[in-house]
Write a new protein. Structure first.
Length: 693
C-alpha cells in the first residue's frame, strides 16, 4: 500500500489507480455473505468511513437510475423555473461540467459551507440563493469518466439517493450527529455547536453507550503531529498524515481527560504513526487479518484523502479502495461486515433535492411530531432556523448483503448510522437507544436496514462496469482550480436506464379541494405508511411559501389557503414528498364555468395498480382529460354535475410508477397532477422516467 505522497503519485502516474479500482470491488463482490440467521444478526462488524464535502448531484447527478439531473418531479423556484436554473444577478447558472482534463484529479476550489451561507442558499426553503451564497462553482458536477471508482461502487452495491447530511452547515456539527445524535441542541454541555470552533464539549457520545453495553468499538486514524489541541488534533502541516481533525470525539472533555489504557482513550486515540515509519492502514489491516476488528469501527482519513476540496476526488477513491482491500483480505471478516461510505456535508456544492425540515412556526406549516430541539432560536452571531436536515450527500452501502447495483430512496441522515447500530446490537445489549436523537428526526429518517437483503443476499446478479483510466497529475500540489460556467448553458444528460430499487416504507395520500363558499383551498395530508414523511408545499404564484408538513405514520393533518381574503381567486400549489411523490393543483375558487374537481388516488397493493376517484363538485358537466405520462395515452370522460367516477390503471409495466395530469376542456386554467410510486412492500425498479429516451 502507498504510504506517502511520492508513492501515491507514482501509483497515479502509472494508471494503476484506475486499473486497481475494479479489482478491489470485484474481490468484495466475490465473497458470499454470512448467512447464519438470514437477519441483521448476521452482521458482526460495522465499518463507517465519512468523507468530506461533496453533494449528491455534484457526484451522482448523472448516475443511471437515481433521482439526479433528469428528475421529472424536481421543484420549481419562485421564478417558475426548474430548481437547476439558479439565479445569478440578471442571469442564471445551470449545472455545468468543468472542461479541465482529468477532472477527478483536479484541485477543485473549496466553497463556503457554514450555517449562514447555507441557510441563505436554502432561503426558508425557496432554494434560490445558491450562486449568490456559494459562487458559480456550486453548480459544477462530475461524471463517470471523472470518478469511475465511485460510479463502480454505486453500480456494484447500493446507492442511497435520499441520504441527507444532518445539519445545514459545516463539518463538525454534522460529525457530531454521526457520533452523538445531535450537536448539543438543548444548550447543555457546550452546545449547540453551529460551526467548527472545537471548544470542548460535555454531552454524551454514542461510543460511550457502546462501551457501557459491552459492544467493542474503535477509531482508525493516524496520529500525525499529535492527537491534541496543540497539534491541531493530528492535522499538523503535512496533509498526508494525521486525521484532518475529523475525529470529533477528540473535542469532548471525556475523551481529552481519559487516561492512557482506559477504554475511551484506547478506542478514540489509538493511531498509526506514519511520521515515524508506520504505514497508513497497518492497525486496520492487522485487526482484520487477526480477527480483532471491533463490532463498530470508524475510519478517519488524512486531509489529502478526504475528498475535501481542494483535494481531488480520486485521492479518496484510492483510500477507499485500500480499505476494501484490507477488509477482503480476510474473507471470513468481510462476509460479516457492513461498510458505509458517506460524506459529512456538501461543501458549497449544489443539490436539487430540497431537504426535509420541520416548520419553524404555524405560519410555516404543521408537524404531528414533536419538533423540540430541532429549531435554533438564533443569537447575535447566527440567525434562527432549523438545524436540518441538511443538503443531500452521497451514501453507498457496501456489503455482502447490498450487492447488485440497487438504489434505496428512503430518507436517511447521519443519525441513521447510529440507528443501524441500535438495530443490530440493541437486540442483545440494553441501553443502546440514543436519546440525543430528537423525536422529529427519529420519525422522518430510517435506520438503513432497508438497504440490505439479509434473506437471500447471495442471489444478486452482478455486472461490474468498466472503469475508465484517467491521466495523472504532476507531482506538485496545485492551487485552487476555479472553473467557469460555459457561455452556452444546457441541462446535463443523465445516464439512460433503470436500476433495481429497494422497497421503502411510504404510503402517502394528499387530496386538495376548494371551498367556494369562503374562497379557500384546503389540502389534506394523510400517511398510512410505516414511516413519518415530510411534505413540502410550494406556490406557483411567486414568493409566498413554501410550507412544510411532517405527518407521522397513521396520521393526518390539513391546512387551508384563504384566497379571496388576499384579493386572489386562483390557486397554484405543488406538494412534494419522498421518493418522487407529487401532487399539484391549479384552478380558481370563483368565476363562471370554473372546474371544481376533487381527485383521490386509491392504491391497489396486491395488483400493483392505482385508481383515480374523481368527484365533480361543480354545477355543470365537465369533459375530463387524464394524460398518463408513462404510456403517453389520454383518457377522455364526461362527468355530470355531482357525479363521482373511478378509473383504474395497472402499473406493472411502469414498475408501480404513475404520473397523471388532469385537465378540463371548458376550463384551461384547471389542472391537477398526481405522481409517485405505489409501494407494495416488495422491491421494485427505479423511476423509468429518469434517463428515459
Amino acid at each position: 500500500m502507498a504510504t506517502n505522497r511520492r508513492t501515491f503519485l507514482q501509483l497515479l502516474s502509472t494508471g494503476a489507480l484506475a486499473a486497481a479500482a475494479p479489482s478491489s470491488i470485484a474481490r468484495a463482490l466475490s465473497i458470499p455473505a454470512h448467512h447464519r440467521t438470514g437477519t441483521i444478526a448476521d452482521v458482526e462488524h460495522i465499518v463507517i468511513l465519512m468523507q468530506e464535502n461533496r453533494s449528491f448531484d455534484h457526484y451522482f447527478g448523472t448516475l443511471r437510475g437515481v433521482r439526479g439531473f433528469d428528475d421529472p418531479r424536481a421543484v420549481q423556484l419562485p421564478s417558475g423555473d426548474p430548481v437547476w436554473y439558479q439565479p445569478n444577478g440578471t442571469g442564471q447558472v445551470l449545472p455545468f461540467h468543468p472542461n479541465a482534463a482529468a477532472l477527478g484529479l483536479q484541485f477543485l476550489e473549496d466553497l463556503p459551507h457554514g450555517w449562514t451561507d447555507t441557510h441563505r442558499a436554502w432561503n426558508e426553503g425557496k432554494y434560490d440563493q445558491w450562486v449568490p451564497s456559494k459562487g458559480t462553482t456550486t453548480m459544477a458536477y462530475l461524471t463517470r469518466k471523472d470518478i469511475p471508482f465511485h460510479y463502480a461502487l454505486a453500480d456494484a452495491f447500493t446507492v442511497c439517493d435520499a441520504y441527507y447530511c444532518s445539519f445545514m452547515g459545516a463539518t463538525d456539527p454534522n460529525r457530531y450527529h454521526m457520533w452523538t445524535g445531535w450537536t448539543g441542541n438543548d444548550g447543555r454541555g457546550g452546545g449547540p455547536v453551529l460551526d467548527n470552533s472545537e471548544a470542548g464539549y460535555d454531552w454524551s457520545t454514542y461510543p460511550e453507550r457502546l462501551q457501557r453495553a459491552g459492544v467493542s468499538w474503535k477509531i482508525y486514524q493516524d496520529a500525525g503531529a499529535g492527537l491534541d489541541a496543540a497539534h491541531y488534533w493530528g492535522w499538523g502541516s503535512d496533509p498526508y498524515i494525521g486525521n484532518y481533525g475529523d475525529n470529533s470525539l477528540l473535542y469532548f472533555h471525556q475523551y481529552q481527560n481519559a487516561q492512557p489504557g482506559s477504554p475511551l482513550n484506547t478506542g478514540a486515540l489509538s493511531a498509526t504513526d506514519i511520521s515515524h515509519g508506520g504505514s497508513l492502514f497497518e492497525l486496520f489491516q492487522k485487526d482484520v487479518l487477526t480477527g480483532q476488528l471491533p463490532q463498530v469501527s470508524w475510519i478517519v482519513a488524512p486531509e489529502a484523502y478526504t475528498e475535501h476540496p481542494n483535494w481531488p476526488a480520486n485521492y479518496g477513491a484510492w483510500y477507499t479502495s485500500q480499505i476494501l482491500d484490507a477488509l477482503t483480505a480476510n474473507p471470513e471478516v468481510w462476509s460479516k461486515t457492513a461498510f458505509f461510505l458517506m460524506y459529512d456535508e456538501n461543501d458549497g456544492f449544489f443539490d436539487h433535492m430540497v431537504p426535509p425540515t420541520p416548520p419553524q412556526s404555524r405560519a410555516h406549516g404543521v408537524s404531528t411530531i414533536d419538533t423540540t430541539n430541532e429549531l435554533f432560536a438564533g443569537n447575535a452571531q447566527y440567525a434562527a432556523g432549523p438545524y436540518g436536515l441538511g443538503v443531500r450527500v452521497p451514501m453507498i452501502v457496501i456489503s455482502p448483503w447490498s450487492k447488485g447495483g440497487w438504489v434505496n430512496s428512503e430518507v436517511f441522515d447521519h443519525t441513521s448510522l447510529i440507528r443501524f447500530i441500535e438495530q443490530r446490537f440493541g437486540m442483545h445489549h440494553s441501553g443502546l437507544t440514543e436519546s440525543n436523537i430528537t423525536p422529529w428526526r427519529r420519525a422522518i429518517t430510517g435506520d438503513l436496514t432497508s438497504a440490505f437483503d439479509f434473506k437471500s443476499p447471495n442471489s444478486a446478479k452482478l455486472v461490474l462496469p468498466s472503469t475508465a483510466s484517467y491521466p495523472p497529475p504532476d507531482r506538485d500540489l496545485h492551487p485552487d482550480y476555479v472553473p467557469l460556467p460555459p457561455s452556452d448553458q444546457a441541462m446535463p444528460a443523465q445516464e439512460p436506464g433503470m436500476r433495481p430499487a429497494r422497497a421503502v416504507p411510504y404510503e402517502l395520500h394528499v387530496v386538495g379541494s376548494t371551498d367556494r363558499s369562503n374562497g379557500s383551498f384546503t389540502i389534506g395530508f394523510e400517511n398510512t405508511g410505516k414511516s413519518a414523511a415530510v411534505f413540502q408545499v410550494r406556490s406557483g404564484r411567486g414568493p409566498s411559501g413554501p410550507w412544510t408538513y411532517t405527518v407521522g405514520a397513521h396520521s393526518f393533518v390539513s391546512d387551508t389557503w384563504q384566497l379571496t381574503a388576499n384579493d386572489q381567486s386562483t390557486y397554484d400549489l405543488w406538494v412534494y414528498g419522498p421518493n418522487g411523490f407529487m401532487r399539484s393543483y391549479k384552478g380558481a375558487v370563483t368565476g363562471e364555468g370554473k372546474a371544481n374537481l376533487t381527485t383521490r388516488a386509491i392504491y391497489d397493493l396486491l395488483r400493483n395498480a392505482i385508481s383515480l376517484e374523481i368527484h365533480n363538485r361543480g354545477a355543470t358537466a365537465n369533459t375530463v382529460r387524464i394524460f398518463d405520462a408513462y404510456t403517453n395515452q389520454t383518457l377522455v370522460r364526461s362527468l355530470r354535475a355531482g357525479e363521482t367516477m373511478t378509473w383504474q390503471w395497472p402499473l406493472r409495466a411502469s414498475f408501480g410508477w404513475y404520473d397523471f395530469t388532469l385537465g378540463v376542456d371548458s376550463d384551461p386554467g384547471f389542472e391537477q397532477r398526481l405522481a409517485g410510486h405505489v409501494e407494495t412492500g416488495r422491491d421494485s425498479m427505479s423511476d423509468p422516467a429518469i434517463g428515459a429516451p
